[in-house]
Design a protein around this ligand. Structure first.
Ligand code: HEM
Length: 130
């Protein structure tokens, strides 16, 4: 693969994870087991992607040094908030799985925050390349 195409790999991975995420999101009422599997898969891909970007592109170094500009200043806070949201979704999801229905309202609120954030995450990752 040429280096020009290689630069697109994280964005393509992020887009595939977004599709898995959205399909999983809309399986709640149809197939709960599939919902759980797809949400978990999408979140794992996202976390591995962040780890890969930290290792291969020194993403953490860029953030810590404050050497960010333009779209990165928008993308990074969205990406961090998304991962924090994943923590809540996993926590409430596991409670619901155990039958603790009182967490349904927490999951609904988390959903209203995480879904827009996750869409913005991939959108801003593409805008970084414009
Ligand atoms: C970012 C990830 C996730 C999002 C956005 C999400 C979203 C949702 C939404 C919108 C609901 C339905 C609430 C309602 O009925 O109005 C729900 C229900 C549920 N989710 Fe998730 N979820 C996520 C991750 C997970 C994970 C990781 C698990 C399991 C470990 C899980 C397990 C469940 C369960 C068990 C229910 C309850 C369904 C029911 O009893 O009616 N979710 N989720």
């Amino acid at each position: 693969m040429s280096s020009e195409n290689l630069i697109l790999v994280p964005n393509v991975v992020s887009s595939i994870a977004l599709i898995i995420f959205l399909v999983g999101r809309f399986q709640v009422k149809r197939n709960l087991q599939l919902h759980i599997k797809l949400m978990s898969t999408a979140m794992i891909i996202d976390v591995l992607l962040v780890v890969a970007l930290v290792i291969t592109r020194n993403a953490l170094g860029t953030v810590i040094s404050g050497d960010m500009s333009g779209m990165l200043l928008i993308h990074v806070p969205i990406a961090i908030s998304t991962v924090i949201g994943y923590g809540f979704a996993t926590y409430f999801g596991l409670k619901l799985k155990k039958g603790q229905r009182q967490y349904l309202k927490h999951m609904r609120i988390t959903d209203k925050v995480v879904v827009p954030l996750r869409i913005l995450n991939t959108t801003t990752s593409w805008l970084l390349l414009v």
